[in-house]
Design a protein around this ligand. Sequence first.
Ligand SMILES: Nc1ncnc2c1ncn2[C@@H]1O[C@H](COP(=O)(O)OP(=O)(O)OP(=O)(O)O)[C@@H](O)[C@H]1O
Ligand SMILES: [Mg+2]
Length: 297
Amino acid sequence: MDQAEKLRQIVQDLKQKRNARETRKARIITVTSGKGGVGKTSFSINCGIALNNMGYRVLIIDADFGLANIDVMLGIMPEYSLFHVIDGKKSIEDVITDGPCGIKFISGGSGIWELINLSSHELETIIRQFEGLDNIADIILIDTGAGVSEKILRMVLASNEVIIVTTPEPTAITDAYALVKSSLAMNRNVAFRLVVNRAENRQEAKIIMDNFVRVSAKFLNTKIDPLGYILYDDLIVKSTKQQKPFIIEHPKSHAAKQLNDIAYVLTSTSFESNSSKHSGIKGYIFHMMNFLRTRKI
Ligand SMILES: Nc1ncnc2c1ncn2[C@@H]1O[C@H](COP(=O)(O)OP(=O)(O)OP(=O)(O)O)[C@@H](O)[C@H]1O
Ligand SMILES: [Mg+2]
């Protein structure tokens, strides 16, 4: 398929998807990792832009519990966060910030945990607000913190789709494996995709992906989808320092191409067409509240 044909195909697919919008829910994809600092936020932003360039409306929710990563990485300081929605001061639309190239983001996503303190009536009102996000985004990426903590496990378990990011470091790989293992022990319906970031070369990335897929199949009896890889690139470090997404700054770099390939695979798989599987943001919050109220991890 040549480039023009590929584009025509994408536009055609998008038209069909737009027509079915009333019944469609946003795809909720959680981006997580076992070890911190492997490139989740960088991946979420740049993959979000790649998806946006393909015509998908993308919203990123920064659900890290530490520093407000996305704000810092984009050099944009939003006035409001999810906390303002939960304490009733702002509507969900008010806390959506415009990022570069049409992506939108919400900071303070970790405020989602404040929902536990609300009465049923307040919760209902907030969930109705969240539902509105299905109309403004085709894909919602949830950028989490790292590790096998209770909160992260709950965010992972609430979503149908999870992208797990690892680097070639052995500790990052074993921590990623531990996260998959813990999640699967709680819920076998989660679909995991693997991204190897900061690999030295294609061979290294491929070996890691193959091993991860093989070991997960053998010992966890689960099929991990190898989504793709991004090689180590100094341009990414440079762009991060300049608070500019590298996919915009260096669109012709290898890393940008690898990111575009990942975005393409992410939207060409059976998940995308099987929209009945998506329960949207309401389903996501609902699952999370269920875990909050009924289960102890
Ligand atoms: N492919 C890459 N090549 C080189 N540097 C990279 C690459 N991907 C990410 N980085 C750099 O790695 C650092 C960590 O990235 P990032 O903040 O996205 O990680 P994270 O997983 O979100 O971290 P945290 O767990 O703290 O949220 C950043 O400085 C980023 O520029
Ligand atoms: Mg981060």
